[in-house]
Ligand binder design. Structure first.
Ligand code: AMP
Ligand code: GLY
Length: 425
């Protein structure tokens, strides 16, 4: 079977490596892929947002199945376009991808169907938002409605900060049209958990839980990033909490989307906060998380392609999805300066005997050498019997991998390890 994966980061590399385990796949393409993915799939220089290019490539190359991984093409309707020409896809149509691409849609859905989330107000005029802030409790959370590369959320501790955020988003259009509407919501506290799930629109199968580390610096300091590392499973996410989430969040969300005439098929990502008043939804993503995928898929024991096709066919209920009892840790090696400005073009050396899996996020081939080309460059994932060893193995490998200006956090998994010990895990 000829399969193509849309996207070109570490998440797509993890998906591709897992798909390669299926022997029915005879050709695997990545659009656009990257210099590291090129070792595992045929990379094709067509951008993930170039829907016309993607459709032509699929037609000309008789592609039989497509995995659309990033949020932009999903929101633009890549799955709709491919299905129109008869290509089965893994990923939601645009009318369901809206669960991520519009925070206002997601919040209103949760309110309508009683799904626990932070209390909120929606504004489409700056004056009204500024007036509301005068009496809103602090800290307060301000979110641009649309996609903003993970940067559209501002937590304001003071009134002047909050007002400045509203002005930046709504008047200066810092995130473009994404900010013509905003959500102002209640500030919640508690451990965060990422739960990715497979859903065919009826059945929802949560994958193993994980924990992201979004801030750039050790000890959760510095700027928000796309994610500096992940661990799985997340020790805060007990079996009891998992059952509660299934009853109050996962199933209600999938049923709500169906009821709204927007059945969701693909990977639905629940960003949760475990508050003193129970688990609440912080955000939905309409896709696999990055770098959550780099710890979740290595622990998947079932065949990914079989599960994906069951999602597409609507037969997930009859398809076993098993995860290993082991633990995984992924440390992101980034370019120093990320998420602000950074230099690129530095050669990367990875020793041949590296035991952990190295997923390539931002690198290209130049004259036969892999060189850095992005903010997040590599994701180094170790799988071991326990979390402590997974962390040790991942960091031991990171220390042997070199490129100029490499930067990584030193404490990926440290908080989880403490929490796990406290919970007797
Ligand atoms: P998001 O881009 O929606 O994932 O938000 C980025 C980060 O902002 C989340 O991972 C949380 O740490 C934080 N955040 C978002 N919403 C809230 C909230 N209502 N209360 C507290 N923290 C939040
Ligand atoms: N790691 C968070 C995300 O993929 O949105």
């Amino acid at each position: 079977m000829k399969v193509m994966v849309i996207g070109g980061g570490g998440r797509e590399h993890a998906i591709i490596k897992k798909l390669k385990e299926n022997k029915e796949i005879t050709a695997l393409y990545a659009l656009p892929g990257n210099g590291g993915i090129a070792q595992d799939a045929t990379v094709v220089p067509i951008g993930a947002k170039d829907l016309d290019g993607i459709v032509s490539f699929a037609r000309e190359n008789a592609i039989e199945y497509a995995v659309v991984a990033p949020d932009d093409p999903l929101a633009l309707g890549c799955v709709d376009r491919l299905e129109e020409i008869g290509i089965p896809c893994f990923g939601p149509k645009a009318n369901a991808a809206i669960i991520e691409s519009s925070k206002v849609f997601a919040k209103n859905l949760m309110k309508k169907y009683g799904i626990p989330t932070a209390a909120y107000e929606v504004f489409d005029r700056a004056e009204q938002a500024l007036a509301y802030l005068e009496t809103a409790p602090l800290p307060t959370v301000i979110k641009a409605d649309g996609l903003a590369l993970g940067k559209g959320v501002i937590i304001a501790n003071t009134l002047p900060e909050a007002k400045a955020a509203v002005k930046e988003i709504m008047e200066d259009k810092k995130f473009g049209e994404s900010g013509s509407r905003i959500v102002i919501e209640e500030f919640l506290t508690g451990p965060e958990v990422s739960v990715l799930s497979f859903t065919d629109g009826e059945t929802v199968v949560p994958m193993i839980s994980s924990m992201d580390h979004k801030r750039a610096g050790d000890g959760d300091t510095g700027l928000n990033t796309g994610g500096m590392g992940t661990i799985a499973p997340n020790p805060y996410y007990t079996d009891q909490i998992a059952r509660e989430c299934m009853d109050t969040i996962f199933l209600p969300t999938v049923r709500a989307m169906k009821k709204e005439g927007r059945p969701f098929k693909g990977c639905l990502y629940f960003g949760l906060m475990l508050t003193a008043n129970g688990p609440k939804v912080i955000e939905y993503n309409c896709r696999f998380g990055d770098p959550e995928t780099q710890v979740v898929l290595p622990l998947l024991e079932s065949d990914l392609f079989t599960v994906m096709r069951a999602v597409t066919a609507g037969t997930l209920q009859d398809t076993p999805v098993r995860f290993s009892k082991k633990a995984a840790c992924c440390v992101i090696m980034a370019s120093n300066g990320y998420p602000a400005s950074y230099e690129k073009g530095f050669p990367i050396t990875i020793p041949d005997k590296t035991k952990p899996c190295v997923y390539v996020a931002g690198a290209e081939q130049k004259d036969g050498t892999l060189v850095t080309s992005g903010g997040r460059v590599l994701g180094v994932t170790a799988v071991e019997d326990g979390l402590e060893q997974a962390i040790k193995t991942a960091y031991a490998a990171v220390e042997t991998i070199h490129f100029e200006n490499a930067y990584y956090r030193h404490d990926i998994g440290a908080r989880a390890l403490k929490a796990g010990e406290a919970n007797g895990i």
